[in-house]
Design a protein around this ligand. Structure first.
Ligand SMILES: Cc1cc2nc3c(=O)[nH]c(=O)nc-3n(C[C@H](O)[C@H](O)[C@H](O)COP(=O)(O)OP(=O)(O)OC[C@H]3O[C@@H](n4cnc5c(N)ncnc54)[C@H](O)[C@@H]3O)c2cc1C
Length: 410
């Protein structure tokens, strides 16, 4: 009797490109915060990304920004503002729901919609600091997708040293006149609502910063969008320059109301841990997808008469990568649980951003290697993932700044 050949690994799930499938070594793990409602949300989000957006990926990459219709469709499905209270048009959930959405976006390979900023960051600022009037005015439109949100901190002269920003807002009657420029603004080409970091007291550093909520209208005097920047990755998501020359913003748009003037730095520092966690969610999603894609390829492709996964080096690399991914998920979940309790401190969030994005770049690079020459061609998603990963070590505060923050807490 011919012996039945033993499979090279015990379980061999077939990975369909873009689909979130079980991964040996990963699917045995369940997030401690996960409930059935998160599974329902994950399924809805995955279906939306795969059916509505991913089929347009090539065109979106070409145009350099997402389609507004996709924001509106996401809003219709209730996928925007998942953590925003229902009374303001949101889903009434918490950060775990945003994390599920972002994980599915990464897992499906959807890279156009700037949801990490729109939902993961901008709505958070409004919900945390907005006056009642401000929340009622802007949150429903962000949740429906009528408005696209962005946040502007970085300036051409520097991003790491937020205290040194130069964009100034001078009070004249009932308005602020804003003059200056911002660069690298995610969603900046399409954004309708911008949380803008400005200096309201030129003589002060951190204590002179305020956040203004700007409704962006291309016809408004004093406002101009610059280039939609060409990048090595994230081609389908817009990253733009914004210019202000005595741009008029009503004083009522000061985030948090009149008493919040010059408290912007404090507001930013309070929200940055969540921004770093959002980046970490994307990092772990990308690691998981890279491992899935590389595992499937290694089972399919043969060299020297056997599948790649039959060669010891491939097995060792995948074992390293899946272990790194699993450990990263556990750390990320610990941070998510801390954040849900309001206890995620600056240093721990910085550790998450540092460790998870370094892990993403390493895992994606090692998985790309398994694809050989095909891994370098953009026809294979792993190549795009490689280019997309690099910026994770730069934005949200560079990883060097993360080390500073961690070291300061020692
Ligand atoms: C695709 C993309 C999207 C982005 N989206 C946004 C956005 O939506 N909103 C926004 O406001 N910004 C955004 N950014 C900007 C991003 O946050 C900044 O690029 C980042 O904070 C670094 O600032 P910088 O580019 O001015 O670099 P710099 O601050 O000039 O730093 C240059 C280098 O010096 C290092 N460095 C600086 N200071 C120190 C120090 N004290 N110790 C050690 N090393 C140091 C840095 O780590 C870096 O390696 C985005 C950037 C990109 C590329």
């Amino acid at each position: 009797m011919t012996p039945i050949p033993r499979p090279l690994v015990d379980t061999a799930p077939i990975v369909i490109e873009g689909m979130s499938m079980p991964t040996p070594g990963l699917d045995a793990y369940a997030e401690p915060w996960r409930k059935p409602e998160h599974d329902d949300l994950a399924e809805m989000a995955r279906t939306f990304f795969l059916k509505e957006v991913v089929p347009h990926a090539a065109r979106l990459e070409q145009q350099g920004h997402p389609d507004r219709e996709h924001y509106l469709k996401a809003g219709e499905l209730g996928l925007l503002g998942l953590s925003v209270p229902e009374e303001y048009g949101g889903g009434g959930g918490d950060f775990t729901h945003e994390a599920v959405l972002l994980h599915e976006q990464t897992q499906t390979g959807e890279g156009s919609l700037g949801l990490a900023v729109h939902s993961g960051i901008v709505t958070g600022y409004l919900a945390a600091y907005g006056t009642e009037e401000q929340k009622r005015r802007w949150l429903p439109k962000l949740c429906s997708g009528e408005m696209i949100g962005a946040i502007g901190m970085t300036e051409p002269d520097g991003g790491s040293d937020v205290q040194a920003i130069r964009t100034r807002a001078v009070r004249t009657g009932d308005d602020f006149l804003v003059t200056g420029s911002k660069t690298f603004i995610t969603n900046g080409y399409l954004a309708d609502l911008l949380i803008l970091a400005v200096k309201t007291d030129q003589s002060a550093k951190a204590h002179g910063i305020s956040l203004l909520v700007c409704e962006l209208d291309d016809a408004a005097p004093g406002f101009r969008r610059g280039r939609n920047l060409e990048k090595i990755g994230l081609h389908a998501n817009d990253t733009a320059e914004l210019f202000f020359d005595e741009f008029r913003v009503p004083a009522g748009n000061l985030l948090g109301g009149p008493d919040a003037e010059n408290t912007g730095f404090y507001q930013l520092m309070q929200q940055l841990p969540q921004e770093r966690l959002v980046i970490g969610v994307g990092a772990v999603g990308a690691m998981q997808r890279a491992v899935e894609l590389a595992t499937a390829y290694a089972k399919e492709r043969t060299a020297f008469g056997k599948p790649l996964i039959g060669h010891q080096n491939t097995r060792m690399v995948l074992a390293d990568c899946v272990t790194r991914t699993r450990v990263s998920r556990v750390f990320l979940d610990d941070c998510i649980v801390r954040h849900a309790r309001g206890e995620l401190d600056v240093a721990t969030a910085a550790m998450a951003k540092l460790y998870l994005t370094e892990g993403q770049c390493e895992v994606v690079d090692r998985c790309l290697q398994i694809f050989g020459g095909y891994g370098y061609t953009t026809e294979y998603p792993i190549a795009r993932m490689y280019a997309d990963a690099r910026v994770q070590k730069i934005y949200g505060g560079t990883n060097e700044i993360m080390k500073e923050l961690i070291a300061r807490a020692l």
